[in-house]
Structures are given as C-alpha cells and as structure tokens.
Design a binder for this molecule. Structure first.
Ligand code: UT7
Length: 439
C-alpha cells in the first residue's frame, strides 16, 4: 500500500489524532472467530463513521386516527409505535435523506468523500427503478472515486450491505465502503389501509466501514432468504411482472401489501435463529452480547424473539421504534446512531444487528466495536474543507451536465455544423435528477 494511502486509512481509523481512535482489542485474538484468511496478516472491517437523517414532519398515532379507522391504543399495544417521521416536502426523497446521513457518517469518521471506494444503498423505496439511488448519492456527496449500487433485501438490506462491505474490504478490494439504509416508505404506503399505514416511517442511516488492522469489526454474518413467502410482503406492481398501467394504478397495486400475522410469526422465528448463527460464527454466545440492535418493526417481535428465546435482557436491547415506526432497512442504522448518542456503545463491545423482511429475507451480524464513540474533535480546517467539498460536488455535477448538454448540441458531423441544421434540433438541457442538489 502506498504511504499516502496508509496515512489516510490511519486517519480514518483515528491513528492520526482527529478521528475516532481505534482501541486495541484486549481479548486474546483466538477468542474471536478469525475473518477470512488474509495474506499478510489481519485485515478487519471496522465501522468508523455513522450518521442518520429523518424528515422533520412527525405523524402521531392520534393524527392517524383522523385518517383511518384506528386508535392510538391499538397501535401502541400491538406494535409499540407512537409516532413516525414522514417526508412531507417533495424535495425530501430517498436519495436526499441517504446523502444527508452519508455526509454525517463521513464527518464522524473525518474522511473525505473522494476516499470512498464503494457506496451500497439498501432501499425498498428507491429514487427510481433505475438508476440506482446509490449513484444519485455518489454524485450528491462528491464521492468521485466510488462505485455505487443499490441493494434490494427489504428490511434486512442494511445487514446484507454490511456483509457486502466486509467482503469487499477483507478481499482487499476496498478501503472505505459507505453502507446506507434509506427509505421514503410513506410514498409507497396506502394511506387508506390501516393494516400497513400505521406501521411505516421514513428516514436514513449510514455507516462508513473501513479497512483496519484492529481486530474485530464486522466479525460474522448470517444471511437468508425464503422466496416462497415473496407475496407476504410485496409491492405487486411497477416491475416486470405487473408493469405500471392504468389498471395497476387504479387498483392500488403500487402500494405495500402485507400479511401481517404471517410475517410476525416468521420474524419471531428467524430473528432468534439468525442471531444464534451469527454469534456462533463469531465464537460468541448470547451472554457475550453487550447490545442487540434489532430491526425496529414491532416491539412484540423483539420481545418474543430476542428477549424470550435468546434470553437477552431488556437493558441489552436497543429499541427506538416508538419514535420512528418501521423505517425498514433504515431502522438498524438509525437505532445504532441513537444507541451511540445514548452512550450504549463503547469500544470492545459485542453488538448484534438482526433484521428480517420482504423476500422473505433475514440477516444478522456480530460486530466487535472498535472505535471511540465520543463526538470526535474534527479540526476546523478539515471540516470546512469537507463542507466546501459538498458544495463543490453540486457544482461539479452541474458542470458535468452542462458539458454533456454541449456535446448534445454540438454536431458530431462537420457538414451539419457548417449548414447550421443542428440548431433546429438542439435538445433542451436535461432536468437535474433529484437528490443531487447538494443539499
Ligand atoms: O419490516 C417487516 C414488516 N412487517 C412487519 O414487521 C409486520 C409484522 N406483523 C405485525 O407487526 C403485526 O401482525 C401487525 C401489527 C401488522 C398486526 O398485529 P396483529 O396483532 O397481528 O393484528 P391482526 O392482524 O391479527 O389484527 C387483529 C385485529 C383485526 O380485527 P379483527 O379481524 O380481529 O376484527 C384487524 O382488522 O386488529 C385489526 N386491525 C386494526 N385495528 C385498529 C388491524 N390493523 C389495525 C389498526 N387499527 N391499524
């Protein structure tokens, strides 16, 4: 590795002073299941930055009583949810929430966006069918050297993304991977269906995963799928099975449909099983777990799986669904950020992230936390430079569009240029896609 690359990596992992400093694992290395064998020694995938962003608009259970036949009492006792955030401003989209969360994660890690090698955006409410929301985010944050793709594994997607990030890092293909979970589910929820509209919310969370020589990080993952349950949680129309048509729009097939009870039973079973498998692979037991951050769908699911089956006590399980509802793939990273804010995460802790959702899918991972969680002291110069970089990203995006537009206007054929015919067919400048406004 080149010396200058090493120093940036060191900086992100806190070895240069400004960023969160990694803590050397006190436990003997053999207590932790080793990651994939690496030529030349230990290489680990550590979470070094984190951030979340939710819309400011709050919709309470009492607000929902005005819209559908429901009650605050029913929602609270059956789910634990009290309120949720909704992207009320049309400029708030999955990409804009994701970009805001990603910037915060980069700020915490004190890493410039140009250092990011890969952006994985997990979402079930993408900006478009294509291009990937991750590409819109890549442009918005100025991650000029990053590959970008979306990951579709519904509510399990964030943990799938961590597994992908770990794989890329341990294989030596990436030094920094941004993993984002982002949703604007309010845009695909049927606000007349009380079975679903009371459950979901909007938001985004992001983590920056970095290559590190500090043992631990994302130690083990367990991913699963049972597509025989695909129709239990589904947006039936808008894809190739049922392309958008007047009929699909008029019968509401573009909205989320769910068999709640069946999903509930499935969730209780797989949450416990997936957690146990991920812990086994990491060489840990439920007793070793300092904090479980489960997918925030329903308090009763968490109680029946993590608390009752795994017998992990309540004070070692983080729940914030009462304030955000089910934000699908964004729920675990948002909860992680709030757990850090609440000082429930410290270096050396064993964490479990576990989720389930449409697919059907499930995913769990065991993480040995490696960096301090106190708000890092970032030098004003680095911070100002990064903020300027975000502004420059918006300018750069506009410049690239302008150049592309000029190529469109400028005739490829010199004879056409001489005749002046091209002027009649010059296209309008393209509209900027959402999310790339540099907000
Ligand atoms: O990220 C993954 C996404 N999905 C999930 O996590 C969903 C998992 N499932 C669940 O969380 C629960 O099954 C629900 C919260 C969706 C439903 O709770 P439940 O205890 O399984 O209720 P239920 O579906 O058995 O419905 C019980 C009653 C029904 O009335 P009847 O048939 O007994 O008269 C429903 O019509 O509650 C009624 N009901 C409601 N009542 C007031 C359903 N939704 C509502 C509502 N307000 N919003």
């Amino acid at each position: 590795m080149a010396e200058n690359e090493r120093s940036d990596l060191d900086h992100a992992a806190g070895r240069n002073g400004d960023g969160p400093a990694p803590v050397k694992d006190e436990a003997p290395a053999q207590q932790v299941a080793p990651p994939l064998p690496q030529p030349g020694g230990g290489r680990y995938a550590q979470i070094v930055g984190w951030g979340y962003h939710v819309p400011s608009k709050v919709i309470t259970n009492h607000d929902l009583e005005q819209i559908v036949d429901t009650s605050d009492e029913w929602i609270r006792t059956r789910t634990g949810i009290e309120e949720r955030r909704v992207a009320a401003d049309p400029n708030e989209t999955t990409a804009s929430l994701a970009a805001a969360a990603a910037r915060k994660a980069l700020d915490v890690a004190d890493v410039h966006p140009s250092k990011v090698d890969l952006i994985i955006c997990s979402t079930s409410s993408p900006e478009y069918i294509f291009p990937a929301t991750a590409s819109v985010v890549q442009d918005a944050i100025g991650a000029v050297n990053a590959g970008a793709f979306d990951l579709s594994a519904a509510c399990s997607g964030f943990v799938y993304g961590l597994a992908m990030a770990r794989g890329h890092i341990l294989a030596g293909d990436a030094e920094y991977v941004l993993v984002i979970g982002a949703e604007t589910l309010s845009r695909i929820v049927d606000w007349t269906d009380r079975n679903t509209c009371v459950l979901f919310g909007d938001g985004a969370g992001a983590v920056l995963v970095a290559a590190s020589d500090v043992p631990g990080g994302i130690m083990a993952t367990e991913l699963g799928s049972d597509g025989s349950g695909a129709d239990m949680l589904i947006v039936p129309a808008g894809g190739s099975a049922h392309p958008a048509s007047l009929e699909t729009v008029s019968n509401g097939s573009h909205f989320i449909k769910m068999e709640g009870k069946a999903v509930f039973r499935f969730a209780v079973r797989v949450m416990a099983e997936a957690t146990t498998k991920a812990l086994d692979r990491a060489g840990l037991t439920p007793d070793d777990v300092d904090l479980v951050i489960p997918h925030q769908a329903n308090l009763r699911i968490v109680q029946n799986s993590v608390l009752r089956q795994l017998k992990i006590p309540e004070d070692r399980v983080f729940v914030n669904l009462q304030r955000y509802g089910n934000t699908s793939t964004a729920s675990i990273p948002i909860a992680l950020c709030e757990a850090i804010e609440a000082k429930k995460v410290k270096p050396g802790d064993n964490l479990v992230f576990v989720g389930f959702g449409g697919g059907l899918t499930w995913a769990a991972c065991a993480v040995k936390w490696g960096v301090p969680t106190a708000a890092p002291e970032v030098g004003w110069w680095r911070s100002t430079r990064r903020q300027a970089g975000y502004q420059a990203a918006a300018a750069r995006s506009m410049w690239r569009r302008a150049v592309r537009w000029m190529y469109d206007v400028w005739p490829a054929d010199p004879e056409e240029a001489a005749s002046g015919d091209h002027e009649a067919t010059a296209p309008e400048p393209k509209k900027q896609v959402s999310g790339s406004r540099g907000e």
